[in-house]
Design a protein around this ligand. Structure first.
Ligand code: MN
Length: 198
């Protein structure tokens, strides 16, 4: 049960979130997904498909396309692959209560190198240094996830790499707030699904 932490934190009779079932994605290429989550504090959950589950970080300020903006990324529990297309409202009082949209998603390439080739993603994450190329609808090109510090002081940062897709003038978390799956904002999801429950 690779995602037991995920299951233990949730009451599936109360939350519409998926119970982890799928262990393989339909495509050969691994995917990333970024879910905007309007919980007690709004954040963007950055998830990477690695070995049949979604490795996850919560990014309080969301991703930036400006390489000078290092965005704090707090590791969270592995999520099941089924979570990658989850949008909806997690009830207040439940773990992560608030509305969720798929803010961006697409395939990614691992570009983390070792001496003679590519380092496997799981090893790159263990080592605290991950380079990837995203092929999303909003985010493209190289991004780094970098762990700094040790032990209790360890922190992860999500940083845009300097390449043709870097753009200090874009601010997609505020100018492109709609879901890439449904076109809805988190506020619209909260309104629509909140009404449906009453
Ligand atoms: Mn979250």
């Amino acid at each position: 049960m690779p995602t037991r932490d995920y299951e233990n934190k949730r009451d599936f009779s109360r939350t519409p979130e998926p119970k982890g079932r799928k262990s393989k994605h339909s495509s050969d290429r691994p995917i990333f997904v970024i879910q905007e989550h309007d919980a007690s504090t709004r954040h963007w959950d950055f998830r990477l498909e690695v070995d049949g589950e979604l490795k996850s970080w919560a990014v309080p300020k969301g991703p930036s396309t400006d390489p000078r903006e290092k965005r704090l990324a707090v590791p969270t529990e592995d999520h099941p692959l089924d979570y990658a297309d989850f949008e909806g409202v997690i009830p207040e009082g439940e773990y992560g209560g608030g509305s969720v949209i798929v803010w961006d998603t697409g395939p990614y390439d691992n570009i983390t190198e070792k001496d003679n080739g590519l380092k496997p993603m799981a090893k790159a994450i263990d080592d605290g240094h991950v380079l990837m190329r995203l092929h999303g609808q909003k985010l493209q090109g190289g991004f780094a996830l970098q762990r700094t510090g040790k032990g209790d002081k360890a922190r992860w940062l999500l940083i845009k790499m300097r390449d043709d897709d870097a753009d200090a003038r874009r601010n997609p978390t505020s100018t492109e707030p709609e879901s890439v799956l449904s076109g809805r904002t988190v506020e619209q999801v909260a309104r629509e699904e909140g009404e449906a429950e009453e």
